[in-house]
Ligand binder design. Sequence first.
Ligand SMILES: [Cu+2]
Length: 135
Amino acid sequence: MRIPSGKSVGVWLLMAGMAAQLGNRQATATGRTRAAQDRRVVRMVAERFSFRPSRVRMQLGEALELHIRSEDTSHGLKILGSGLDVRVPKRGRGEVILLFEPAEAGMYRFECSRLCGAGHNFMRGGILVEEPSDP
Ligand SMILES: [Cu+2]
């Protein structure tokens, strides 16, 4: 398996109130401009011992905005080979938003990076980055 290198990524932690503000701002925007990069928003739930969804697909050239929250204790999400590793706050403490802009197509595996219990090693998934079908 080829491990692609992730590039140009930003991570920021938002508490619930700030996340709502971001949501409002997006809701009042009148569509994206031509120059803006396509952004795919995926909401993910971490709960012992899985991520839902555990598989995400995106196209090269898109930015993936992953909103992750926990339904129990704190978890982590680490995208292997990308240098990205975020802490997912425990239930009720908001969500973490991770921006992933891969430089290459391929399968990016991710896993929980905070020891969360007996099934911790099963908390895994993958982001499939596909070449656009019509370049
Ligand atoms: Cu874990």
